[in-house]
Write a protein that binds this ligand. Sequence first.
Ligand SMILES: [Zn+2]
Length: 198
Amino acid sequence: MKTLLLCFLTLVPMFAKEEIHKEFKASRIGTANALETSAKFLELWQALRRPPPETVGEPERLVIIQALGPKGGFHLYTAKGKAGTIAVLLVDPELLETRGVDVVLVEDGVCDLTTVMGAAKRYQQFKQVIAKENPAAPDKEEFVRNLKDGRVYEIRLLEPGACASCFGKGVLGALRGRKPCPDCKGKGQAMVTWDVSW
Ligand SMILES: [Zn+2]
């Protein structure tokens, strides 16, 4: 009994960290009862075009305070982040105030602003990092052609609701104390490796 319990205890974390593999057969798109959809196919191809997230950096959560309009091809906001209140240049022009956004940031000098009360204030400025497309990845026609030729692609996607430790809820079950899930940091998402073939 003791051995059995030990086995169980060591198996739980091992199981939780195991990579999730799923299969996508592109030829099934459009057939009856197929789980393969053209939207997912597009998402997988786009993921192939993007560089892996680990080369881009860890996203950080920002809470938008104020939108200040366009600046240098970006949109300037004040926001609360890890470094306190900052000025930040983001790609998205329509973020609602106080909405939380997850973005990868780099330091980008300072920004002088005038507060609503008319006081001059200097903020540390950050800029959103935009992932460039991977030039080595195939375009869509080439991707389809390669699949038809029998090539299998392994494509990794960070998917909402895929965390096997908390079943996507972000919180552990009653038996594990209803704590925020340590594996997905409460986000419910997990990396899924798709084996894409024709
Ligand atoms: Zn989780």
